[in-house]
Design a protein around this ligand. Structure first.
Ligand code: DP6
Length: 310
């Protein structure tokens, strides 16, 4: 009746920003991500107590997170009360995809605690009900999510790249992805163009990924992220996720490319910049981002696999 699972957060290179079904959490367009080794959540679920509890990094989870976790358990047919204890080894709710690793680990641990044997597709479908991007953290590696479940398209061993995470602010962001993408979809005049862009980008990105062409994949990912933010900036009221350090990092990466170092940015619904580069360049890229004013920390991450039991 008790199980512990680990899952890694993932960063999308073709982003998910818009739902075609709000209740079922189905995306308007497909997305592609890589799971990252140093962004990890560990979750223990124990079933059979007399009430539900959910602690996140040692504190009671927010009511919304609590409800989402209960909904996930209900969807798995788990009606017993659950004690959930979850720990992130990276800043929670700051736009580092903690909900992705969190719900993937929860789906894995809860179903194991209940003695259910779900395959990765069924687990991904379940994790999606907690958070869309969590669907991609179940298979891990390079994952594509288009419909009910995400699937791994290449294992983490396919390509030894690095993602260098530059932390550009502290604390929680004001507008989470859920509300942000809904507002964008409802009010941005550019949203249709954004979705059409993703539909073009995904098959191209998969070709570049298959060929391990960093220059083409990185440039596409950077454009895709900037266009997602262009869509969000065009919402009413506007969604401005960036901090001054975010722009500083974008410029620093531009400078690196002028100096012939291949490093490309992506940015989720938050201020942090994640740079995609070759493993051999990661230390240099980390150093360049670390000297940008306002950057608090830099984390060099390697590709990781899917959710697993401990
Ligand atoms: C910008 O998966 O957090 O990180 O499905 O509403 O829970 P919900 O949203 P969430 O959104 C992630 C948005 C993103 C892009 C991405 O990861 O693809």
């Amino acid at each position: 009746m008790k199980a512990t699972a680990v899952a890694h957060a993932n960063i999308a290179l073709v982003k998910y920003w818009g739902k075609r079904d709000e209740a079922l959490i189905l995306p308007e367009a497909g997305s592609l991500s890589l799971a990252l080794d140093r962004l990890q959540t560990t979750t223990t679920v124990e079933l059979g107590g007399d009430r539900d509890s959910f602690s996140l990094d040692g504190r009671d989870a927010a009511p919304e997170e609590f409800l989402r976790a209960r909904a996930l358990l209900n969807a798995a047919g788990i009606s017993q009360r659950a004690r959930i204890e979850s720990r992130n080894d990276f800043p929670t709710g700051a736009g580092l995809a903690s909900s992705a690793s969190g719900f993937a680990a929860l789906a894995k641990a809860a179903t194991a605690a209940a003695g259910l044997a779900l395959d990765d597709l069924a687990l991904s479908r379940l994790a999606r009900l907690g958070s869309g991007s969590a669907a991609r953290s179940v298979p891990g590696g390079w994952a594509v999510w288009e419909d009910e479940a995400a699937r791994q398209v290449f294992p983490e061993s396919h390509w030894d790249v690095r993602m260098v995470v530059a932390l550009c602010a502290q604390g929680r962001k004001k507008t989470g992805s859920r509300d942000g993408m809904r507002a964008t979809r409802e009010t941005s005049p550019y949203h249709e163009a954004w979705i059409a862009q993703c539909q073009q980008d995904l098959p191209r990105a998969l070709r570049y990924l298959g060929a391990k062409d960093l220059g083409l994949l990185g440039a596409l990912a950077e454009r895709n992220a900037l266009r997602m933010h262009a869509d969000a900036l065009a919402a009413d009221p506007p969604l401005i996720y960036w901090e001054p350090a975010t722009i500083g990092c974008l410029k620093a990466l531009q400078q690196l490319r002028e100096d012939s170092i291949q490093a490309f940015a992506t940015i989720d619904a938050g201020p942090h910049v994640v740079a995609l580069c070759e493993a051999r360049d990661a230390a240099l890229v980390g150093k360049a981002l670390g000297t940008v004013g306002g950057v608090r920390d830099v984390l060099i991450c390697a590709p990781a696999g899917g959710a697993r039991l401990l």
